[in-house]
Design a protein around this ligand. Structure first.
Ligand SMILES: [Zn+2]
Ligand SMILES: [Zn+2]
Length: 374
């Protein structure tokens, strides 16, 4: 092992440092180097070194001995007198309860959670359902308290004291960190912190205290709901462990199925409409069955262009906050036939001059200018 560093240097304090300075320095560095939470290299050794330095310097007798003789004191190792048991530094006092309980998995300061777990259920619906406040029905098996044991998991509800913790629900644990021993309290694993165990497990539920039962859940899809919307059903989650406490909640997470042609943008619905060249020039009218159950007419004005949009007001999805409905936005696109008969080709070539720009350069310029203005 390399030569021991000076204790004052380890704690980063000067030789006149008072009790408070030592404590502050130790607290700061212990938080940094505690092996259970530190990401520093060599944290464990640094922590041991720190503990040793603090243990010596915070003890006035040891400190004066160390000041006089350094590491090579007359009795050699200044820890000689403490044997293998090491020091008992009160870490909770120095580092604060939060820090301490984290070392022991949070079991000390936090109350045991008695509530049953929540259940998350994903349910997919068609897009149309968010327009109509559709009533949905889901049949599903859910855990309920076992009727034979009232959820306790014990036959006839009979329980006895847990042997492991003598009915205390918690056990003391000792953890060796370097030369020191930390003591803490943890919930007893054998009885999950209850202090009681079943005298005999309930047979129908095998001691679990729950049984699966078919449930029919009914709920209304909120207007304008989006994918990820969660509906809470209170008390429909898992029963509390051993029938003591509140059941959890059940969340239904809605997944909105994609529509074959609509894309959703908030409360607006966007679609594209491919049209023949003649329809774009002459104008046309297209009728579609819409999501809301009524038919929807798209009126394409004459001289429409590819890329133009037509807004059909208030035929989109319900707005969740402000009420009302969004719009349907129709994007006009040119439909290009795969092939056309010879006769049509002939007609088209006769029309070519009529339909093309008379001056290509002028037309390019005009288009460029329009783009810039947008
Ligand atoms: Zn039972
Ligand atoms: Zn126990």
């Amino acid at each position: 092992m390399s030569k021991k560093r000076d204790y004052y240097e380890v704690l980063g304090v000067d030789r006149q440092a008072g009790e408070k300075d030592l404590k502050n320095a130790f607290r700061r560095l212990a938080r940094k180097y505690h092996p259970d939470r530190s990401t520093e290299d060599d944290a464990e050794n640094r922590f041991k070194e720190l503990q040793e330095a603090y243990a010596v310097l915070s003890d006035s007798e040891k400190r004066s001995q160390y000041d006089r003789f350094g590491h090579d004191g007359p009795q050699g190792n200044p820890f000689g007198g403490f044997g293998s048991g090491g020091f008992n530094i009160n870490f909770e006092d120095i580092l604060g309860g939060d820090f301490f309980s984290n070392i022991f998995g949070g079991g000390r300061s936090r109350r045991r959670e008695r509530r049953g777990s929540d259940i998350l259920l994903r349910h997919s619906i068609e897009l149309a359902a968010v327009l109509t406040q559709a009533e949905e029905e889901v049949v599903i098996d859910l855990p309920e308290p076992c009727q034979s044991c009232d959820g306790s998991g014990a036959k006839d509800g009979a329980t006895i004291n847990c042997e492991t913790c003598s009915g205390q629900g918690q056990v003391r644990v000792r953890q060796q960190v370097g030369p020191f021993i930390q003591e803490g309290v943890q919930p007893c694993n054998a009885c999950s912190g209850r202090g009681q165990i079943s005298k005999e497990p309930c047979k129908p539920c095998k001691g679990k205290g729950q049984e699966m039962k078919s449930n029919t859940l009914r709920f209304t899809v909120p207007l304008g709901a989006e994918s990820g919307t969660r509906l809470r059903m209170r008390g429909k989650g898992e029963p509390a462990p051993h029938g003591q406490g509140q059941p959890g909640d059940l969340f239904v997470e809605l997944e909105i199925e994609e529509h074959p042609w609509f894309e959703r943008s908030g409360s607006d619905l966007i679609m594209s409409l491919p049209l023949g060249y003649s329809d774009m020039v002459l104008g046309t009218s297209v009728e579609l069955n819409h999501l809301d159950g009524d038919s929807m007419t798209i009126k394409v004005p004459p001289m429409s262009n590819s890329g133009d949009t037509i807004e059909i007001k208030k035929r989109g999805l319900p707005r969740q906050r402000s009420g009302g409905r969004g719009d349907v936005v129709v994007l006009i696109k040119l439909h290009m036939p795969r092939k056309i008969p010879k006769s049509v080709k002939k007609t088209l070539s006769q029309l070519r001059e009529e339909l093309s720009p008379s001056d290509v350069e002028k037309s390019i310029l005009k288009d460029a200018n329009e783009r810039r203005q947008r």
